[in-house]
Design a protein around this ligand. Structure first.
Ligand code: CP
Ligand code: NVA
Length: 305
């Protein structure tokens, strides 16, 4: 029997698998690929943090594929009262065909994947948000044709989304430039591993990162779990707002991406978020299509073997 595959990071897929997944997502979106690949299956969704896009797109995506989604808030399941991840993993694997987890420590998702006998999908941890970057890759493909040869600029916090971009750049080989204030850089280990594979630079100057870039992306200055640090972060990130003036430094056909939720006037100005270069609503929609493709690849049939 094939061993199960997890998706905790973009680099859990090969370069070819990632391209195939985005192709499949585009086919599912356009209706050229039949989409009942999970008929009779069940998908569990463990959420220890809030979510609009991830929760709804996974629930609706599973439903559209013919699967039954089971939402498992930490407020309701025994994991939230101290049952171990190891025991939770083994029990849920007896009922479900895949488990999505959104939690704090990345190690918790790793622990779930280690003991689950069903595929585990990372719906966001403090370290990585790989489903988001899959949706961003589909959005780039739609708007710019390909990510190959493109320059992606990240402006702001070196957080879970930035780390997932680093992982994707190393795997797919595009150039990534990050502008982060001192002390808010992305994960060092991920950076070093991937900087050896492609051009990834970190600067404190947003203009330097954005100059000639084809994609400009940002995210909130205080992620979930960092609310108590929000004021200090607001000070530290002064000058890191993606404004119309900053977008003018990018390629003339550059697109703007934001995983949402957005804080207008902080990490992005209203004029950029609502402007002609913004692709944020397509990007949000694309969560649905890439996650359906992911479920089909991990649960509906085997991948790359
Ligand atoms: N972008 C994203 O993951 O949004 P949610 O927190 O609403 O799921
Ligand atoms: N970096 C943000 C992403 C939210 C989708 C957070 O972790 O809160």
């Amino acid at each position: 029997m094939d061993s199960k595959r997890d998706f905790l990071a973009i680099s859990d897929l090969s370069r070819e698998e990632t391209a195939a997944l985005i192709e499949l997502a585009a086919g599912l979106k356009g209706g050229s690929v039949p989409s009942r690949g999970l008929e009779g299956k069940s998908v569990g969704l463990i959420f220890a943090k809030s979510s609009t896009r991830t929760r709804v797109s996974f629930e609706v995506g599973a439903f559209q594929l013919g699967a039954y989604p089971v939402f498992l808030s930490l407020r309701d399941i025994q994991l939230g009262r101290g049952e171990t991840m190891r025991d939770t993993a083994r029990v849920l694997s007896r009922y479900l065909d895949a488990i999505v987890i959104r939690t704090h420590g990345h190690a918790e998702a790793v622990e779930l994947a280690r003991y689950a006998t069903r595929p585990v999908i990372n719906g966001l941890t403090d370290l990585l948000h790989p489903c988001q970057v899959l949706a961003d890759l589909l959005t780039i493909r739609e708007s710019l044709g390909t990510w190959e040869g493109k320059i992606v600029a990240w402006v702001g916090d070196g957080n879970n989304v930035a780390n997932a971009w680093i992982d994707a750049a190393g795997l797919l080989g595009f150039e990534l430039r990050l502008a982060c204030p001192e002390g808010y850089e992305p994960d060092r280990t991920l950076f070093e591993r991937n900087a050896a594979r492609t051009t990834i630079t970190i600067t404190e100057e947003p203009e330097e990162a954005v100059a000639g870039a084809h994609v400009v992306s940002t995210d909130v200055w205080a992620s979930m779990g960092q609310e108590g640090d929000a004021e200090r972060r607001r000070q530290a990130f002064q000058g890191y707002t993606v404004s119309t003036k900053l977008m003018e430094q990018a390629d003339s056909n550059a697109i703007f991406l934001h995983c949402l939720p957005a804080h207008r006037g902080e990490e992005v100005d209203e004029a950029v978020l609502e402007g002609p270069q913004s692709r944020v609503w397509d990007e949000a929609e694309n969560r649905l299509h890439v996650q359906k493709a992911l479920l089909v690849m991990l649960v509906g049939r085997s991948v790359g073997r």
